[in-house]
Design a protein around this ligand. Structure first.
Ligand SMILES: [Zn+2]
Length: 210
């Protein structure tokens, strides 16, 4: 059983990592290696360096670091498969995570290096788990997730846009679309700033095929 993301990726995708020659500790996963690659810090990496310490990049983390796949795509991985998915599949994936242990990553920027935070975040439950959303870690409680997705879908179906869902700043005519229902408006306001709500709104599409 693999309990580290980069190894899980290499296993599931059948990748044989390129070995380096440095003996040290990996800056990403914290594991000791005798086949590490040289680590060159970049501006964006500062935070992670403080989290993990370390002196080199292990062969498996080097695979993730040197590929665009893990930032230019959304993906899920477990011990047997790697699934890359697109925006229109995000809701389905969020509701149907792979068999544990698994790791899942969402992005709306399609370029941020969010995976290092997930290196040791291996989920062993589909009822309560953590996913990456660009640089954010989002705690997913399955019951809440289903409520949020249903609420977001109902609001989008009556014509609210994503910006209104995220900010709860409603356009004038939106109030009438909601029949001035104060319970709904207050519930929407209470969602503002909840990372799980942001992810659920992102995953919801107006034309989602239910
Ligand atoms: Zn590593």
């Amino acid at each position: 059983m693999v309990s580290m993301l980069s190894k899980m990726i290499c296993n599931a995708r059948g990748i044989s990592p390129l070995l380096g020659s440095i003996l040290g500790t990996c800056v990403y996963c914290g594991l000791t290696t005798n086949a590490g690659h040289k680590f060159k810090p970049t501006g964006q990496f500062t935070t992670y360096q403080h989290i993990q310490g370390g002196t080199c990049v292990c062969p498996e983390c080097n695979v993730m670091k040197t590929s665009q796949d893990y930032r230019r795509s959304m993906w899920a991985v477990n011990n047997s498969e790697y699934i890359a998915f697109k925006s229109n599949e995000a809701k389905h994936m969020l509701q149907n995570p792979p068999t544990p242990p698994f790791v899942m990553y969402f992005t709306k920027t399609w370029k941020k290096q969010g995976w290092p935070q997930l290196v040791t975040r291996i989920n062993d439950s589909t009822k309560y788990f953590i996913v990456g959303f660009d640089y954010e870690l989002v705690v997913v409680d399955a019951v809440k997730r289903d409520e949020y997705l249903e609420f977001a879908q109902s609001l989008m179906d009556v014509g609210l846009n994503k910006s209104e869902l995220l900010t709860s700043n409603l356009k004038h005519k939106t109030y009438s679309k909601l029949n001035f229902d104060l319970d709904i408006i207050e519930r929407l306001q209470s969602m503002k700033g909840d990372p799980l709500w942001d992810l659920c709104v992102y995953a919801t599409r107006k034309d989602y095929d239910k």
